[in-house]
Ligand binder design. Structure first.
Ligand code: GLU
Length: 456
């Protein structure tokens, strides 16, 4: 039975890179009728915060990435890690290291000077038992290090194929820190082992940890899980995705009015060849395979996400869309019109102002102010509306014969007068839905403000 885990560290909000990791794990679990486990890796006490744990859970719920077990919290499991470290000590597979920070820094500098990778020398591996007892009773701080196995580590990565690391890739790494908390590698392995994790799917930034983790499994006489290290998301400049590239956190996409299903759809097809880009959950599950994922980093393309979001907005059930917008059912007709060319929920929300906010948008006002005789035209328009304000075609025809502009400008003028904006849904249809008194007030508003802005 497949058991996978998503193991975020609560040191920040959920970003899309991590969300993709969660999603790939989730898809494998659901496809194989397995379990998806949530594990909070909060042993870095200084950087972990409960608010981040809450916000990660909230974001996962918003995305409907429901977990079957957990959340397990590593800070609740410190005794478990300590007792496993003790049993490694008892079996002489680990040892206490009393080297001071200064000593270690010196070793590191020396290694760098010689152009060698910084590795712990293993000095404390050979301390006698008496010496260890002495140092401990003197209260000298210590860490527990794992005796690295001096051998090559090979494994088959589900995404990258055969991977091999030379014997000197891993030094005697720390498993328990001076404050008694476990290192990431140790806690992760103990948990993967005790939680019977069958597949570890995570970003390629963790690849260099994997030989360490496999060595721990070997030392404990257990089989390591299957590993799959997926590519990372990068910006168009091919640099790691960061704030500089714009929105990266799930909450930001939610704030923009992106639908969770569109975000998941995009994250599921990124870095993969697909026949069809819009795929609902059953289709995503059906087409999912770790082996189909590309091992090279993928550019995150916001335009593509917006395009997908637009597709989802268009095909979403009308009632469901009203729910997402938190609007009552009498908004149905307006929303049905606006969804046609909106890319986000926010665009729909913003366009809804057409129906009840009189003021004209800044750029639309500037457009009118730049047109010769706009003031007169607006007064003329007011008369036309007063006269034959019912039918759009009538208004348009009168306007056409009575005003001197080319057709494109006439349409723009009418659009601004009717909706207060330079763009939006088909004018004839939107006109039908806007209360007539709003249009009249808007034209009056324009007559006044256009005068003010042109005389200013
Ligand atoms: N806490 C680690 C992270 O957030 C998890 C890595 C892993 O999946 O093993 O990157």
């Amino acid at each position: 039975m497949v058991r996978v885990r998503f193991a975020p560290s609560p040191t920040g909000n959920l970003h899309i890179g991590n969300t993709r990791t969660a999603l790939l794990n989730y898809l494998l679990a659901r496809r194989e009728a397995g379990s998806f486990i949530l594990r909070i890796e909060d042993t870095d006490i200084e950087r972990s915060e409960a608010v981040y744990e809450d916000s990660i859970k909230e974001d996962l719920k918003w995305l409907s990435l429901e977990w079957d077990e957990g959340p397990y919290r590593q800070s609740d499991r410190l005794d478990i890690y300590r007792s496993h470290a003790q049993s490694l000590l008892d079996k002489h597979l680990a040892y206490k290291c009393f080297c001071s920070k200064e000593q270690l820094d010196k070793e590191r500098e020396e290694a760098v000077r010689r152009g060698r990778p910084p590795r712990y020398s293993g000095a404390c591996r050979h301390l006698t038992e008496e010496k260890v007892v002495d140092l401990e009773s003197d209260g000298t701080p210590f860490v527990i290090r794992f005796k690295s196995l001096e051998r090559r580590i090979s494994f088959r990565d589900e995404i990258r194929g055969e991977m091999t690391f030379p014997p000197d890739h891993v030094d005697d790494f720390i498993i328990i820190k001076t404050d008694g908390t476990p290192s990431y590698n140790f806690a992760a392995v103990i948990d993967d082992l005790l939680m019977d994790i069958t597949h570890v799917i995570r970003g390629s930034d963790h690849l260099s940890n994997t030989p360490k983790q496999i060595m721990l499994f070997v030392a404990m006489g257990r089989e390591a899980p299957v590993y799959a290290h997926h590519s990372l998301l990068i910006g168009a400049d091919r640099k790691p995705l960061s704030k500089r590239h714009g929105a990266t956190r799930v909450a930001e996409f939610r704030g923009m009015g992106i639908l969770p299903e569109a975000l998941l759809n995009y994250l599921a097809i990124i870095g993969r060849k697909v026949d069809k880009e819009v795929q609902d959950r059953p289709e995503l599950l059906d087409s999912f395979s770790l082996r189909r994922l590309s091992a090279s980093d993928s550019v995150f393309d916001l335009e593509k996400l917006l395009w997908l979001n637009k597709e989802y907005l268009r095909k979403m059930d009308a009632g469901c869309l009203l729910d997402r917008l938190e609007l009552p059912s009498d908004f149905r007709e307006r929303v049905a019109l606006l969804r046609e060319n909106a890319a986000t929920l926010n665009e729909i929300r913003s366009h809804l102002k057409i129906f009840d906010e009189v003021a004209v948008e800044e750029d639309a006002l500037a457009y009118l102010a730049a047109i010769h005789c706009a003031q007169n035209t607006i007064s003329r328009l007011k008369q036309i509306f007063d006269r034959d304000g019912k039918d759009f075609d009538e208004i348009f025809n009168s306007f056409k014969t009575e005003s001197p502009f080319p057709r494109k400008e006439q349409m723009m003028l009418l659009r601004i007068a009717i909706t207060g904006r330079k763009s939006g849904p088909p004018l004839k249809e939107v006109y039908r839905l806007i209360p007539k008194h709003i249009i009249l007030s808007r034209i009056e508003w324009l007559a006044k403000n256009l005068y003010d802005s042109s005389s200013a």
